[in-house]
Design a protein around this ligand. Structure first.
Ligand SMILES: N[C@@H](CCC(=O)N[C@@H](CSS)C(=O)NCC(=O)O)C(=O)O
Length: 237
């Protein structure tokens, strides 16, 4: 898909298969300025090639949070493209060039991403909204028919429930949800669909907490190397 609801926005949903991570490339067709949401270190060269092929200038990489399951590509990209600024949620308490908080805007060309703070999976999780495309990039806070786990980092099920209900489910039903991961081959959902069909977040708050307390998920395979690396943009000198 090259556009989503906004013909002057270039859009690519890219996949990294080891961690089942989605990276999103967004760019303004006129000015060619671009942002990359949640790049992964293993796929940096692929992403930079697409950016070059499409004649884009990468302005920002944006990490939706400090990832526990893969190493971010942000630091590696900055090493290769010096002008790039790394963006992270202010509450993340990790290295970045630009810290954003609830209500901030990230501008690239004539396009804007609106930042909403959506803690609960981690303290620093942010959700990015592109109103012109009716698209929402939820990172790990909201997944398709799921949500981010709350059993490590600063995870808190009540906080996550409130974040999603107040900051995402209040958006129009036809806004598209683009998550940070999918483990089942799904690519996209919508606010209306998740409000109705998400088996965790469609429940009441206490039931949600019980579900999250009983997920019993194994720790991510790369957690021991990913967490320390991601505190310094994925680059450990
Ligand atoms: N098996 C994967 C890790 C899967 C996992 O724990 N995913 C996280 C997001 S990355 S920290 C999550 O929140 N999952 C929620 C769920 O319901 O699956 C690996 O080893 O990397």
């Amino acid at each position: 898909m090259t556009h989503i609801g906004d013909v002057s926005l270039i859009f690519r949903q890219l996949f990294e298969k080891t961690s089942s991570t989605y990276t999103y490339l967004l760019a303004d067709t006129q000015t060619r300025e671009a942002v990359l949401i949640d790049p992964v270190i293993e796929t940096v060269d692929r992403d930079l090639k697409i950016i070059k092929d499409l004649n884009l200038q990468l302005k920002f990489t944006i990490d939706t949070h400090v990832h526990a399951d893969h190493i971010t590509g942000s630091g590696s990209i900055k090493k290769k493209v010096d002008s790039v600024k790394i963006v992270l949620g202010k509450a993340s308490k990790a290295k970045a060039d630009v810290y954003v908080d609830d209500g901030d805007e990230i501008k690239f060309g004539h396009k804007k991403l609106f930042v909403r703070s959506t803690p609960g999976h981690t303290d620093g999780c942010i959700t990015l909204i592109c109103h012109s495309a009716k698209a929402v990039f939820t990172g790990d806070a909201l997944l398709i028919r799921g949500c981010g786990r709350t059993d490590f980092q600063q995870g808190n099920s009540y906080t996550l429930y409130d974040s999603i209900h107040k900051k995402v489910f209040t958006l129009p039903d036809d806004y598209l949800i683009y998550p940070g991961h999918d483990y089942t081959g799904q690519t996209c959902s919508s606010v209306g669909e998740e409000k109705k069909l998400n088996p965790r977040l469609s429940k009441q708050r206490e039931e949600f907490k019980k579900i999250m307390d009983n997920l019993n998920l194994p720790y991510p395979a790369q957690i021991d190397r990913a967490l320390p690396a991601n505190l310094v943009c994925g680059i450990q000198e």
